[in-house]
Write a protein of this length. Structure first.
Length: 224
């Protein structure tokens, strides 16, 4: 079981958008996981095996407790029953309280598809009658991230200050040597940091309201 599970389309999606969030979660003692739908073989000149090795290295830097790479074709992920059914067993196995995935509004069709797949799988995984063993799973929150400011002009609903873990984010991004994602990731972290009035931040988007126990849940903890 994990506390937070990310569902992404490609190796490096998580590192660019939410590596800091995951690094902070580990510092807080939470368990984290990642499911990637493709091996990213269509990105640049790298072969599938190279991108897979890079993703494994990044997962080790982020100290993920659960890590799975599916093998759907890069630039060929679609919102179908097959892809939804491929994700459901991982949701039930991990039973995360919080699920993070890509924004649906994105220039990359794979990102759009994985967003829709994740939303559908999160719903369907909660249906007893959909499972052979009558198992079910329910999450506390489904949140979204993205790096495409050209298509999505909306500002994040939640900013997470990642200044204290920025070096971990850098190392995780640099693990994807074939893609050179660090400049993009840092530009986004600085931009969101300016919004949040901190050095570096990552942004999350809400689709539905979430429930909290008290206002203390949204109060920033004093720095020590």
């Amino acid at each position: 079981m994990v506390d937070i599970l990310a569902v992404c389309a490609h190796p490096d999606d998580l590192e660019v958008c939410a590596a800091g969030i995951f690094a902070k979660a580990k510092k807080e003692g939470l368990k984290t996981g990642l499911v990637i739908f493709t091996k990213g073989e269509a990105g640049g000149h790298a072969q599938k095996c190279e991108r897979e090795a890079e993703a494994v290295k990044a997962s080790e830097i982020l100290q993920l407790d659960y890590f799975v790479m599916l093998d759907f074709p890069d630039a060929g992920v679609f919102f179908t029953k097959e892809t939804v059914d491929a994700l459901i067993p991982h949701l039930r196995k991990c039973s995360p309280r919080v699920v993070l995935t890509l924004l649906e509004k994105d220039y990359h069709p794979d990102h759009t598809a994985v967003s829709r797949i994740t939303k559908a799988a999160c719903f369907t995984a909660g249906l007893k009658k959909y499972a052979d063993d009558n198992s079910e799973w329910h999450y506390d929150a489904l949140l979204f991230f993205g790096a495409d400011n050209r298509t999505n002009m909306q500002r994040p609903d939640i900013y997470v200050d990642i200044s204290d873990v920025i070096e971990i984010k850098k190392r995780a991004c640099m693990a994807h040597r074939s893609q050179n994602v660090l400049p993009c990731a840092m530009d986004l972290a600085r931009e969101y940091g300016r919004d949040a009035k901190v050095d570096y931040a990552e942004g999350l988007f809400l689709e539905h309201s979430i429930t909290i126990d008290s206002l203390s849940d949204i109060m920033r903890k004093p720095k020590v």
